[in-house]
Ligand binder design. Structure first.
Ligand code: G1P
Length: 296
């Protein structure tokens, strides 16, 4: 069966980033860099690799720089050109979605992830869409969204990327219960947002990548406040599960929760060591300081 193609992705980027203050006082947390790319760029790259054509950002106050980041910067481009920095210029241009392929809307009040997604309803319209939470960074080949699209082409419906965490961490995430099917696509039988460890149906967390059907928007419109006093996407998905299928994809790869300091710092080290142009110099500096001698 051919399922309606997923062409649009939503990026909720309105969060206040309180865990990174004071860095995020005047700068959006999505612009924090892992090596030399802002977090939001990694999420957009992942979406493009998966065939996404339209990028919808749900922003808020103090987030204007995200819009600038996905625009041409003529002064910079002219200077790079004049200095013959051909490669840097080509890379900058490659990072940009093409003209007319980005949309920006605002979540006016911080009412939760479910409300942020609902703010994108008019732009998305009546089609399935991908949802990427840029805090979660994935080191995987191919990207997690691409792995999900491969499953979606078989199953259709709604999909959620999942991974296992230690049982004591379940209360920081949405948790799914696993039904029948293989790792690449199993039935989800229940979802609960930030349960107490003793109430969690498993240790499989919702990892911040989704493919959703547009019927979710009507449910989000009626959704009352859930965990943490916020309008939760997980609660609306649990309701949609009564009439539509939800498939879990246990993706192949590693994740870094860059919404927390340890995940963010680890990502910076791992991504730096992954880079051919940085690895040797970085290791040499660490070794000089007596750190990381066992890495070579
Ligand atoms: C959100 C979702 C949660 C998911 C998490 C992944 O929570 O509500 O279900 O597991 O993202 O990062 P938040 O991190 O916004 O509290």
């Amino acid at each position: 069966m051919v399922h309606k193609r997923v062409r649009t992705a939503v990026f909720p980027v309105a969060g206040l980033g309180t865990r990174f203050l004071p860095a995020t006082k005047a700068m959006p947390k999505e612009m924090l860099t892992v090596v030399d790319r802002p977090l939001i760029q990694y999420a957009v790259d992942e979406a493009r690799e998966a065939g996404i054509e339209h990028f919808v950002f749900v922003t808020g106050r103090n987030k204007g720089v995200i819009e600038d980041h996905f625009d041409r910067q003529f002064e910079l481009e002219t200077t790079l050109e004049a200095r013959g920095k051909v490669e840097a210029l080509a890379e900058l241009r490659m990072d940009l979605p093409s003209a007319g392929r980005t949309s920006f809307t605002r979540q006016q009040e911080p009412l939760g992830l479910g409300h942020a997604v609902w703010c994108a309803r008019d732009i998305v319209g009546d089609q399935p869409f991908a949802l990427l939470l840029p805090d979660m960074l994935f080191r995987s080949e191919p990207g997690v969204l691409k792995q999900m699209i491969e499953t979606y082409e078989e199953t259709g419906g709604n999909l959620v990327a999942v991974e296992e965490v230690p049982p004591e961490d379940v209360s920081s995430y949405g948790i799914v219960a696993r039904g029948e099917g293989p790792d690449e696509g199993f039935r989800i039988t229940q979802m609960v947002e930030k349960p107490k460890p003793e109430d969690a149906p498993s240790n499989l967390i919702i990892s911040g990548r989704y493919i959703l059907q547009p019927e979710i928007f009507n449910l989000l419109a009626e959704q009352t406040k859930g965990a943490g006093g916020e309008i939760q996407l997980t609660d609306a998905m649990q309701t949609l599960m009564r009439s539509q299928t939800f498939i879990g994809v246990k993706y192949r790869g590693q994740s870094f929760d860059c919404g927390a300091k340890i995940g963010f710092l680890t990502a910076n080290v791992v991504y730096a060591l992954d880079r051919e142009d940085i690895r040797d110099g970085f290791l040499a500096e660490l070794h000089k300081l007596g750190v990381g001698r066992e890495i070579n």
